[in-house]
Structures are given as structure tokens and as C-alpha cells.
Design a protein around this ligand. Structure first.
Ligand SMILES: Cc1cc2nc3c(=O)[nH]c(=O)nc-3n(C[C@H](O)[C@H](O)[C@H](O)COP(=O)(O)OP(=O)(O)OC[C@H]3O[C@@H](n4cnc5c(N)ncnc54)[C@H](O)[C@@H]3O)c2cc1C
Length: 553
């Protein structure tokens, strides 16, 4: 934790050194001591301190300084640190000015030079002031501060990225929080492009890419092992399970993930049907535990890298990333899950990230408090989001295409929805259009039986429809089913058409490329559940061992 600061200001080098020395001797273990040789420079220093979100406990300035006098400096400095205690260092001749300043600028104290012995003439005064200050002191937030606009898709993406990577941050909405503009002003003259990230080391990132944030926060790095035993593409439950089992069994393992570890499950507010967690656990918690577990066993993580090509070759397989880099391994597990299908109705794409979100977007909880919100979809993920948001929004309306929820949603969730008074389910209803000036303001809903349309006011809509496997990059190399899901084991053989070329049969989770396996939601016939994805991740590692034994690795 950063220490609160004591600032000493004096243009006389000897006096400055002496006072700083005495203060450091008594308070150096609890406070950081900064000494500055002029009032103007001290104000600059205080601005930087404010920008870095550090706290000043006490300011001590000599009255007689060229440029700004001590009283003038303390008066200005009050604007930056209103709660800091302010003390003037005076010669006997300046006593009148000091007494006047107590009234005029609400000075806390004035000290006479010289202050020897400090035990009698300095420390008792400062002890008293610092005790008083400490009584109201709350340590400042030390993580990243993010200044942005509530209705900006860029701000939403950054918030989502930081939250899903479990990087603590403080969100400051420029439209509602006066501290946001004040902080921006401190970063210097000229307009800043939002969102702006302020780091505690003073770094400012203006409308950065997620890669730039990942680099700055240490999430993004390069892998230095030339050939791994196992590369896993995708850091959802299947990929994380494969990483835990692969690394724990001694395979040199790396996970390549384009966004954040946790996958779809990372967006889940509460997973209640995962074995061993009777009261459920959040997807974020599961992702954090699994990532730590995999890292403990030695798995490497390559985050914010999107794999865009499979490169097969003699004795090893490789994956090429969007930035052109490549990693190779003896075996590969594809665990890229599924992504939500996008709505294409008028107005939707323009308002995405500005009131319309894909997935649970839990970072939006604060912004939906007390509002009426809409959830599109009728599967478990939509149901779970409805129950979660019902605790925060005044009303949640689910828009479901089908006639009931029971065919698409787990029984426990259907019951939960039925017993939550502020959730309404509108069956056989779809979104026909979204409208709003800069952010979502209303939706046009169409009844698919009568064809009737109704316009409703709406501030937020969360979409959970259709599972599309992100397998475009595999379509020319790996056998897929007609919807793009990866065929494995017996399904590869059943596909015929020469998909499988070896004498032996493919192992259970092996794809049409020997040594390349698939696990989790991306696999044809998978269970689309956290537990089945985790199970498949572990099973895929068993298939890897069979492959290695067969290939003599
Ligand atoms: C909101 C929500 C709530 C849910 N609740 C439950 C529940 O309560 N119980 C339950 O059993 N199931 C639940 N599910 C379903 C469950 O989360 C999924 O079945 C499970 O996450 C699938 O795991 P996976 O590892 O196969 O894929 P995913 O979780 O989809 O993970 C795939 C990962 O691969 C990454 N990726 C994709 N393409 C690339 C690429 N080219 N390069 C690099 N990385 C890539 C993605 O970014 C993602 O992180 C829920 C799903 C959602 C969305």
C-alpha cells in the first residue's frame, strides 16, 4: 500500500534539508516525505501526486520564498488536497502574517524557526496534526482508473476486458462523476480521447486497444518454448481443464486465448449445476481458480492472441496468430467454444455496446440499477442472466421465440424465473428494431403469431441467442459438420469422404488431423455445459497420451 505523503517546501536548501531530515526520522516509516525548493514546483509535484491517486497528509511551507509565498502556496495547494493539514514555517518577524493566515486561508498551524529540539518544538505539533488527519483517512483505491462515457462501446469493451481478466479498476463516468473531469484536466491541456486509463505509475493510455492494455498490465507476453508438448486454443472451461490435466501430468503446455480466461462461463453470474459447489459459484471465480491451478502446474498462458490459422507439418502442429507470430507443439487441443449469433435487425449494430450487449456484461450492473431491461433468448444463459439482473433492475422482460422455456432451459432456472416477481417472459416475441440517439432508447417488439408490433422504452438489452462455433480458420483443414462444429473420433470416420487417412482409427476426441483434438462446446455432439466441457478437456488429454504413445513421443 502506498504511504500518505508529507510535503516540505523551502527555497533555503539548508533549512529544507534540516526539516526533511527531522520529519523523515520521526515519520519516515509511515509517510513518504517529499521536499521541493519552490511553491510553484511544489504545485506541479502535487498535481502529479493527485494524478497518481496518492494522498497528502501534511504540507509544510516556509513563508518567505521568492515567487509564491508559503501562505499563497498553501492556499493553492488546498484545492488539490483539501483535507491535508497545512503548516507554515515562519521566522519571528512573520508571526503576524502567520496569525492572519490562520483566519484567511484556514492554516492549521504555524511553526517557528528554529524548531530545536524537534522532540519539544516540532514533533508534538505534527503528531497532533497527523493523528487528526489519520482519523478521517481512508486509503485510496490503488488500481487502474478508467475514465469513459457510459454510452460508449469502447468504454464498455475496456471495462469488460478488465473485469474478465480480474484486473481491479475504478470506473469514472464522465457524464455523472465530477472527479472524472477533474482527473482528466490534471493529465494536461488539450482534449483527451476517451476512454482514458490512468495507471498508478503515471502512465496514461488514451483510447487504447485491448492488446495495449494487456501489454501494460502484463497479461500479454510471448512464449519462449520452441515446441510445446501441448497447445490448447481457447481458455474456457474445456481449455482450462485440459491445461490443468496436461501440465499436471508433465506435458509442457500452453494456452492461447484471444480475450480472457473463462470463456462463456466467465460471463456467468452463478453456475449452480457444477459438481461440488452446492450454492453455486460465479464464472469469474471458476476462471480465476482454474487459471491459478493450471499456472501452478506450469502451464503458460498467451492472452489477447487470436489464432487464425492451423499450420500442420512433419512431427508437429502449429498455430499462427493474428499478429503473424506462431507457436508449435506435438499435439493441439481446439477448445474454442461457441459465440453468440448477432442480431441483424435495424438499429442493432449501431447501438451495440451502447445499451445493447451480447452476453451478461456484468460490468453494466450499476448502470441498469432501477431500470427496465430486456433479455433476448430462452436457454440457460439467458435465464441465468434474467435472475441475476432481476436483483438490480426494476423489471426484466425476457423475449423468447418459442412457446415455453422448458424445452431449452434447466428446470431449476425455469422455477427460479417463475418465482421472481419482477421477471416477465414474453413468448413468441422477437426484436424487430432498436432505436436511440447515441444509446438505446426504445425497441420495436414483434409478436410472431399475430405479426403485431409494439414500441417499448428500453435502456438496456442483453442478447443470448444461438451458438456459433468460431471455426472459420479450420474450415479448409479439419472436418466440420454442416454448422461448423468439429467432428471427432467415430464421427470423423462416419463422415467418410476420405476425411481420415491413417490405418488406425482416430482416438476418441481426435479430429480428422492426427494429433489435433477438440473438446467442449466447439465439438460436434458436445453437452454445452460447464461440466461436460471440463470433462472433455480432461478426456482430450487422455487422447493426447494415446497419440503420443502411438507416435513414439
Ligand atoms: C452467460 C452464460 C451462462 C452459462 N451458465 C451455465 C451454467 O450455469 N451451467 C452450465 O453447465 N453451463 C452454463 N453455460 C454454458 C457453459 O458456459 C459452456 O458450455 C462452457 O463455457 C463451454 O466451455 P468451452 O471451454 O467449450 O468454451 P467457451 O467457454 O466458449 O470458451 C472458448 C474460449 O475460446 C476462445 N477462443 C475462441 N476462438 C479463439 C481463437 N481463434 N483464438 C484464441 N482463442 C479463441 C474464446 O475467447 C473463449 O474464451 C453458460 C454460458 C453462458 C454464456
Amino acid at each position: 500500500m502506498k504511504k500518505p505523503i508529507i510535503v516540505a517546501v523551502d527555497d533555503d536548501a539548508e533549512v529544507l534539508q534540516a526539516i526533511a531530515h527531522d520529519i523523515r526520522r520521526e515519520y519516515g516509516d509511515r509517510f513518504r516525505i517529499i521536499r521541493v525548493d519552490s511553491g510553484t514546483r511544489a504545485l506541479d509535484v502535487l498535481r502529479q501526486v493527485r494524478l497518481a491517486d496518492e494522498t497528502v497528509a501534511l504540507m509544510l511551507a516556509d513563508q518567505r520564498m521568492p515567487g509564491l509565498s508559503g501562505v499563497e502556496f498553501l492556499d493553492e495547494a488546498k484545492r488539490l488536497f483539501p483535507t491535508a493539514k497545512r503548516t507554515l514555517l515562519t521566522a519571528y518577524a512573520d508571526t503576524d502574517a502567520a496569525i492572519k493566515a490562520i483566519n484567511d486561508v484556514r492554516l492549521d498551524y504555524y511553526l517557528m524557526k528554529p524548531w530545536d529540539p524537534p522532540e519539544d518544538r516540532l514533533y508534538p505539533v505534527l503528531d497532533d496534526l497527523l493523528d487528526d488527519w489519520m482519523a478521517d483517512y481512508r486509503p485510496a483505491f490503488e488500481g487502474i482508473r478508467l475514465i469513459g462515457h457510459r454510452w460508449s462501446s469502447e468504454s464498455h469493451d475496456v471495462r469488460d476486458f478488465l473485469a474478465r481478466n480480474q484486473i481491479p479498476f475504478q470506473w469514472l463516468d464522465i457524464t455523472t462523476d465530477p472527479a472524472a473531469q477533474e482527473l482528466l484536466d490534471l493529465t494536461g491541456p488539450g482534449a483527451r480521447q476517451l476512454p482514458v486509463l490512468l495507471f498508478s505509475d503515471g502512465t496514461i493510455l488514451e483510447n487504447p486497444t485491448l492488446q495495449a492494455i494487456a501489454e501494460k498490465t502484463g497479461l500479454r507476453r510471448t512464449l519462449d518454448v520452441p515446441v510445446y508438448d501441448l497447445i490448447i486454443v481457447g481458455g474456457g472451461p474445456a481449455g482450462l481443464a485440459a491445461a490443468v490435466y496436461g501440465a499436471s501430468e508433465g506435458l509442457r503446455t500452453a494456452v492461447v486465448e484471444r480475450h480472457a480466461a473463462g470463456g462463456q462461463a466467465g460471463m456467468s453470474s452463478r453456475i449452480e449445476n457444477y459438481l461440488g459447489f452446492p450454492s453455486g459459484l460465479s464464472g469469474e471465480d471458476l476462471a480465476r481458480r482454474a487459471t491459478t491451478q493450471a499456472q501452478r502446474f506450469g502451464a503458460d498462458f498467451l492472452l489477447t492472441h487470436e489464432v487464425c490459422q492451423l499450420a500442420t507439418g512433419e512431427g508437429s502442429v502449429g498455430v499462427r496468430m493474428a499478429d503473424g507470430s506462431e507457436v508449435r507443439a506435438h499435439s493441439l487441443i481446439v477448445a474454442t467454444g461457441v459465440t453468440y449469433r448477432r442480431l441483424t435487425d435495424p438499429g442493432i449494430s449501431e447501438l451495440t455496446g451502447r445499451g445493447i450487449y451480447y452476453g451478461a456484461a456484468m460490468t453494466e450492473v450499476a448502470s441498469v440499477r432501477g431500470e427496465e431491461i430486456y433479455i433476448v433468448g430462452g436457454a440457460n444463459s439467458a435465464g441465468q442472466a434474467a435472475v441475476f439482473f432481476a436483483n438490480h433492475a426494476s423489471k426484466v422482460t425476457m423475449l423468447v421465440r418459442g412457446e415455453s422455456l422448458s424445452a431449452t432451459m434447466s428446470h431449476y432456472l425455469v422455477e427460479r424465473i417463475e418465482h421472481t416477481p419482477n421477471i416477465e417472459v414474453r413468448y413468441q416475441t422477437a426484436v424487430a428494431r432498436a432505436d436511440g440517439d447515441g444509446h438505446l432508447e426504445s425497441l420495436v417488439l414483434r409478436d410472431s403469431v399475430t405479426g403485431e408490433c409494439q414500441t417499448v422504452p428500453a435502456r438496456a438489452m442483453f442478447v443470448f441467442i444461438g451458438a456459433v462455433p468460431p471455426t472459420e480458420w479450420l474450415k479448409d483443414t479439419v472436418a466440420l459438420d454442416e454448422r461448423g462444429f468439429i467432428l471427432t473420433g467415430p464421427d470423423v470416420l462416419a463422415a467418410g469422404k476420405g476425411a481420415w487417412k491413417l490405418d488406425r482409427d482416430p482416438f476418441l476426441l481426435e479430429t480428422s488431423i492426427p494429433g489435433v483434438f477438440a473438446a467442449g462446446d466447439v465439438r460436434h455432439g458436445s453437452g454445452k455445459r460447464v461440466a461436460t466441457a471440463v470433462g472433455e478437456g480432461a478426456m482430450a488429454v487422455m487422447s493426447v497420451w494415446q497419440y503420443r504413445a502411438h507416435a513414439g513421443l
